[in-house]
Design a protein around this ligand. Structure first.
Ligand code: PMP
Length: 406
């Protein structure tokens, strides 16, 4: 019945009907970005056809309407993650910009010798901004290790926390391994020491229900395009009290209260962090995506993707020479793997010829792949619209590719 419900949703995704190389498309690169439902595509189209105007500035009718639509989206996103206030919802370009914003505002206030803890399984977006801060301010970056299954070693994590730890920044779900981290436990641990926690939710929001009040995290970052919304827009959630204390980052229009050449005062939250004209159509469509996903029901999505994960994993393990990287007990619909004697890249090219889109490479998470002794993996990742039939096609394509390459 769950399978049928999800299959019915497929018809809302126009792209999924297309072919590639003359074959039906099997799209298993969902961790990179997911396809969009009609509701999202239509909302962007409608915005440009009927409402386009700059927001927050005009007295004229259209500007008011566009502003209302954009602010409605903020409220939809607030509900989506159950934030306390829409002041805590900052529109940004994506997860990458959200983390850079925190590094350049909250992070600016750190002193040489202060410590930030990340984990070994972070995406580069949650490594490089802290390294840049290290080079600029002399902060220390500490890295929590992962075990052979791709799970965080919580005892080692705990041992890294010290007097000078000022922030813990970890991913909710690893894009390279699929590991779902015990983030609530991490937040509780951090708060015992009054350390704020940033969660990289890029891979989590499309796969499981996120409640920032329940998690009690201090920051939560995610991208629109991975949760059925458009590219070019994402969200930084931050607790109001923390955001209030943080200096602004980018300066410009919209983020000010009064400007003279002598002194400028800044706008209130959330606008303090939103300089310049934003991605208005994308923001509105992100609100639509959030509501659409909530209506589908994230518990159902998580359950269905878990069915696909188990179904695919079982068949993959029957392929000779197959090694799946990341066997966490709590795992999202991501399978990262290597095959003995076969380059991930070659595998990716061959299955593409058969219509199957997977990702190959380092998945912007080089350190954790090195930890597992590989430079690249192939990765199949699932979304709510994928089917068991598609898994069968993928497995068949893998067998064919293996026969051709070995
Ligand atoms: N963090 C994780 C865990 C991701 O998977 C990604 C995207 N692959 C990012 C951060 C960066 O997201 P974006 O490129 O949308 O800013």
């Amino acid at each position: 019945e769950l399978a049928q419900q999800m299959r019915n949703l497929r018809s809302e995704f126009p792209l999924l009907t297309r072919t590639v190389h003359g074959k039906s498309l099997v799209y298993f690169d969902n961790s990179a970005t997911v396809q969009k439902p009609d509701a999202v595509i239509d909302s962007m189209n409608r915005y440009y056809r009927e409402q386009n105007a700059n927001i927050h500035r005009g007295v004229h009718y259209l500007s008011g309407e566009a502003t209302d639509a954009y602010e409605k989206a903020r409220e939809q996103v607030r509900q989506f993650i159950n934030a306390r206030s829409s002041k805590e919802i900052i529109f940004v370009r994506g997860t990458t910009e959200a983390i850079n914003l925190v590094a350049n505002t909250f992070g600016r206030q750190l002193k040489a010798g202060d410590e930030v803890i990340v984990s070994m399984m972070e995406h580069h977006a949650n490594i490089v901004p802290w390294q840049m801060l290290r080079d600029q301010l002399g902060i220390v970056l500490k890295v929590a290790p992962v075990d052979e299954d791709g799970e965080l070693d919580m005892a080692a994590f705990n041992a890294l926390i010290g007097e000078r730890t000022k922030l813990i920044s970890v991913t909710h779900i690893s894009n390279a391994l699929g590991t779902i981290n015990p983030v609530k436990q991490i937040v509780q641990l951090a708060h015992l020491h009054e350390i704020p926690v940033l969660l990289d939710g890029a891979q989590a929001v499309p796969h499981l229900a996120v409640d920032v009040q329940d998690l009690d995290c201090d920051f939560y970052a995610f991208s629109g395009h991975k949760m059925y919304g458009p590219t070019g827009v994402g969200i930084l959630y931050g607790k109001e009290a923390l955001l209030e204390q943080m200096p602004p980052w980018q300066g410009g229009g919209d983020m000010i209260d009064l400007v003279t050449f002598e002194k400028t005062t800044y706008a209130d939250l959330p606008h303090k962090f939103e300089a310049g004209t934003p991605a208005i159509a994308e923001g509105i469509a992100l609100g639509v995506a959030a509501e659409w996903l909530t209506n589908v029901g994230l518990d159902k999505v998580a359950a269905w993707e878990d069915v696909l994960l188990k179904y695919a994993t079982q068949q993959m393990l029957e392929i000779p020479g197959m090694r799946i990287i990341g066997n966490a007990q709590h795992k999202a619909g991501v399978i990262s793997f290597v095959m003995d004697g076969v380059h991930a890249q070659d595998l990716g090219v061959l299955v593409d010829q058969l219509g199957v889109a997977i990702r190959t490479g380092h998945h912007c998470a080089m350190p954790v792949l090195h930890h597992f002794g590989v430079n690249a993996t192939a990765r199949a990742s699932f979304a709510l619209y994928n089917t068991k039939d598609e898994v069968d096609s993928f497995i068949a394509a893998m067998h064919r590719a293996r026969d051709m390459l070995l």
